[in-house]
Design a binder for this molecule. Structure first.
Ligand code: SF4
Length: 651
């Protein structure tokens, strides 16, 4: 049991049923900048699953706050009815809802989806992530923004929200005013500490005035912006103490980092390489200084971790946003003694923030229903007639298919040629600091056990086996195998594959060049792994940079590690020749040859081709089958799991 996690928390008379929080996060689910059916269904699923408090994604509250087209806005009264529907849906399931308000200031792009965007900020200081030099806000605009924050807070209250949260986190506008490195103003909003605090302070006062005494007013703030020139811990502590002492905030919701640079933005959605609950000590430092509840987020992916944070007195509430993205029922499972059934977040960032950055609605690689609550039924359709289903291959696609078929009421056998289930995910977890990726396999194995699926390991499905067993339906999920590029020259033992190195089959020499066609986690991970083992490593990537195809925060983190390890990255390089100590690459932009000398080993990081062996073998048998996952076309774990769910449901 989790006594701390499931004790209530009362703020300004609003009793929150537990200490589990879904923090404000962008979903790309808004409709014409309002909460619509998709966003309501998304949050309602989490409220139904037992979350205590939902903070809906930030709404922009002033015309100078430019951003992505589907962002929420709350600048007019017509919006209130839409927000009211969301609040009512969350309340129906016993959860509380607070509304977030933000203004990006300088941390945004100049032009978004055809909008003409003028970026306004406290001062014209260049920004390192979106590479914008903003215009300095006139004092009258600052006063207008403060007033607009109050008006928007009032609209949330009118929509029936329990609280309002102002964002001064992540280097957003109010944080920019606080920061003397980017606020160079000489008027009443710049210079002294008092002046720099003024916009935030006055916005909180305006919000309180607008919502009255019955609605919570809170603050989100980065306890440390962790970036050169960012707000440090002491500066933030001073702000929090002051606002708490003055009674301007009912709670403080802490995070780390800033969106204003690659180093700080990693903390916006910290990936698996970062320790669980790593923000908790920062929250504790603030909690020791203020008289209001303090919330914390940041890699709190399991109830046990949240319970430890609460029990240690580091915070009063735990943001578990991604834990809820992957498993909306996590709170209910935790409360009812079913914590071992939770599908845990692995911090991969691929489909939650990864989708957002790619410009489409968030989801989860492990839970295709997330973000598709109005597109896919949350419960699987029961089978019209229970079938005997054989699934060939227990990679992510096959495992998800077997789980789904069993949920529908079919009788399922899952056969895997290898000695353990997992497929390509087993390799991915061998990369440095990526062991948590194996959680994807653990979670699916748990789901298989819960559905009592029969698993046959060391069993390759063959035509003979199928002729004997005659299943009613066959799902082919036999995966893929690495393809070899066409390389001229001496392809001796010194040319090896990524899989060979990861599994220990190959032992590269002292001077290695990693020839990375994929530009994802494997090439970077192998380069770091070999450097840590003492090899001299060069990383030749076919794209513009190492990790080009990774989610941005993961890429930024590993780019920093490559730099620290002194690994030379050779961009636009496609391998075409090798001899005993030299590798030749084609510069894919110029067409010129790039020669890399002094090479003892070449590690090839290539794509995978579908394994069509079984499909060809059974082509003449007249047995109905479908292919899913990598054996259809080698893609990501996310697409494999989506296939496993969606195609199986269509039986
Ligand atoms: Fe967690 Fe990855 Fe799912 Fe995001 S996509 S919620 S990081 S498991």
């Amino acid at each position: 049991s989790f006594p701390y996690l499931f004790s209530g928390l009362t703020i300004r008379g609003h009793e929150i049923r537990n200490r589990i929080l879904s923090t404000g996060h962008q979903t790309w689910l808004a409709e014409r900048n309002r909460p619509g059916e998709a966003m309501i269904a998304y949050h309602e699923a989490r409220a139904r699953g037992g979350v205590g408090l939902i903070v809906n994604e930030s709404a922009r509250f002033h015309a100078s706050a430019i951003g992505e087209a589907p962002d929420l806005t709350l600048t007019d009264d017509e919006a209130i009815a839409h927000y009211a529907r969301l609040a009512a849906a969350v309340h129906r399931h016993g959860a509380k809802i607070f509304g977030q308000l933000s203004h990006p200031g300088r941390v945004t792009r100049r032009m978004m989806n055809g909008m003409r965007g003028v970026v306004w900020a406290p001062s014209s200081v260049p920004e390192n992530r979106f590479h914008v030099v903003p215009r300095e806000m006139p004092a009258a605009m600052v006063a207008e923004i403060i007033e607009a924050a109050g008006a928007a807070a009032g609209r949330y209250a009118e929509a029936g929200y329990d609280g309002v949260e102002l964002m001064a986190s992540h280097g957003l506008l109010f944080a920019q005013f606080l920061n003397p490195a980017v606020n160079l103003r000489e008027d009443e909003y710049g210079g002294s500490e008092e002046n720099r605090l003024r916009p935030l302070r006055e916005a909180l006062i305006a919000a309180r005035r607008a919502v009255g005494e019955g609605v919570v007013v809170g603050l989100r703030i980065s306890a440390d912006e962790t970036e050169e020139g960012g707000l440090d811990q002491q500066a933030v502590l001073d702000v929090c103490r002051r606002l708490s002492d003055e009674g301007l905030v009912d709670y403080i919701n802490t995070t780390l980092g800033t969106m204003a640079g690659p180093g700080g933005s990693i903390h916006v959605v910290p990936p698996m390489e970062i320790d669980p609950a790593y923000v908790a000590p920062h929250a504790a430092a603030i909690r020791a200084q203020v008289g209001v509840p303090v919330f914390v987020a940041g890699r709190i992916n399991q109830p046990q971790i949240a319970e430890a944070v609460l029990a240690a007195g580091q915070a009063d509430m735990c943001g578990m946003t991604r834990a809820l993205i992957v498993d909306p029922d996590m709170p209910r499972k935790s409360r009812t003694g079913r914590a071992d059934e939770i599908r845990a977040c692995i911090g991969c960032n691929q489909a939650c923030i990864g989708h957002f950055h790619a410009g489409y609605p968030i989801s989860c690689i492990q839970n295709p229903l997330t973000g598709r609550e109005t597109l896919l039924p949350l419960e699987p359709p029961p089978a019209a007639r229970p079938l005997r289903v054989m699934v060939a291959g227990a990679g992510p696609a096959g495992m998800k298919a077997a789980v789904t078929a069993a949920e529908m009421g079919h009788q399922v056998v899952l056969a895997e040629a290898a000695a353990q289930p997992g497929g390509q995910a087993l390799l991915a977890q061998l990369l440095p600091d990526r062991a948590e990726f194996g959680g994807l396999v653990t979670n699916l194995v748990t789901e298989l056990a819960l559905r009592q699926v029969e698993i046959r390991l060391n069993t390759r499905v063959t035509a003979a086996m199928l002729a004997e067993e005659r299943p009613d339906a066959l799902i082919v999920a036999t995966g893929s195998a690495p393809v070899m590029p066409r390389i001229e020259g001496d392809l001796g033992d010194h040319v090896v594959t990524a899989a060979d190195v990861l599994t220990g089959k190959a032992k590269p020499g002292g001077r290695v060049v990693v020839a990375d066609w994929r530009c994802d986690q494997i090439g970077i991970g192998l380069a770091i792994l070999l450097a840590r083992r003492g090899h001299h490593v060069r990383l030749a990537v076919s794209g513009v940079c190492a990790g080009q195809n990774l989610q941005q925060y993961v890429r930024d983190l590993w780019a920093g590690r490559l730099h620290e390890a002194g690994i030379e990255v050779i961009p636009y390089a496609r391998i075409y020749g090798v001899d005993h100590d030299t590798a030749w690459f084609l510069h894919t932009a110029s067409g010129a040859a790039v020669t890399v000398e002094g090479v003892d080993s070449v590690v090839l990081v290539e794509g995978n081709a579908p394994d069509m062996t079984l499909e060809r073998e059974i082509a003449g048998l007249g047995l109905p089958f479908v292919t899913i996952g990598d054996c259809t076309i080698a893609r990501s774990a996310e697409e494999a799991i989506y296939d496993g769910l969606a195609i199986t449901r269509s039986f």
